[in-house]
Design a protein around this ligand. Sequence first.
Ligand SMILES: [Zn+2]
Length: 380
Amino acid sequence: MTRKPPYQMPLAFYLGEPSTGPLKTVGGVPFSKLVTLWIPRQFLTSSDVDVEAFVEDVNEKLAKRRGYVLWDGQILFTPLKMSDSIELSYEGHDTLDAPPYRPWGELEREYFGLKNPYQMIEDYLDYTQSSISARILEPYLFANERISAILHGRKDNYYFYCQCHRADVVYTTAHRLVCMGCGAMHAVLRQPRTFRPKRVLTAQEWSDFFDDDGTRREEEIDLSILDFREVESIDMLWTTEKWEDAKHEFVFFARSSPEEIAEAIRGTERDPSVFLEAGWTAVPTSPPPALQVVGNSVDVDLMENAGHSIAEGVASYLAARKISDKLVTSVPQLFKGIELLLKSKLQELDARDLQDQRNTPTVLKRLAGTITDRQSCSAR
Ligand SMILES: [Zn+2]
């Protein structure tokens, strides 16, 4: 199956002042996860937090219990380091309602390999509204766990997006749903799905194939798809806030009328016009992995990609008046746009001519040949 060229989704926004350069993609450092931990009262003063002592306390709990169930159902296995880009959010001493106890029985013990991880409910009177977030380096998959399918709403014709805005949620050989964009666990299925995966990937291979700067992103790849409807309401061993939120959003956006959606997003961050009016710019981003492996109508994709390439090429060309470096982007994008338009035309005339993945000069020659043939046919 053919992998589509990058740049297809026009709706992504630079998170910075208009006119500043592009930021790094979500995730940044490969396989780093953002975790949030709430701080017990004993580490707070009237205006500050002893973050170091708190981090030490978390690490002691981890050393004793080997796992720490975070407020949202993620499980922390890795000790924190003061170098983990820790950010403090000081919200005072008000009590936080600790999340309810999560039953931890034989199945959980066996699945996670943890006898009795720490749960916040054990100190439910201590937690405050203050918290830290930390970016920890921790593998996205367990040892021996492999990616065996992409979670995708094929039947709903809608991508399954994680709350990190990436449609990179995968199903693994450990019957788990994990986002490869941010590393968050979404859910663990009680029973594995029975299918033969077309291919399995390690986390590193996933990153090589699908990340914006992945070394193999131009290679073809075929992966199995797990349809959202197959897991939408089945029995789960473990679920997280990420799963509940993403599922809720999927169901709403995939199955509501355009009017309902327009009404719901008006004035919110989901409404692109809010950003555009504020002077932000839409930038093309890579298509979701599911789009890259699902066979769509090729000529529609060629035309769409051509459109995006030309739009990007023209934008860079105009920007090059001020920043001459932009020509470096402009020229290849315009060239690519023209190439895709030619290929699309050639395919329309004779699809067989494209099967051998020819380059532009050959496409041009064939296109000229095909058009001349047709003209001489119609002239007769
Ligand atoms: Zn994510």
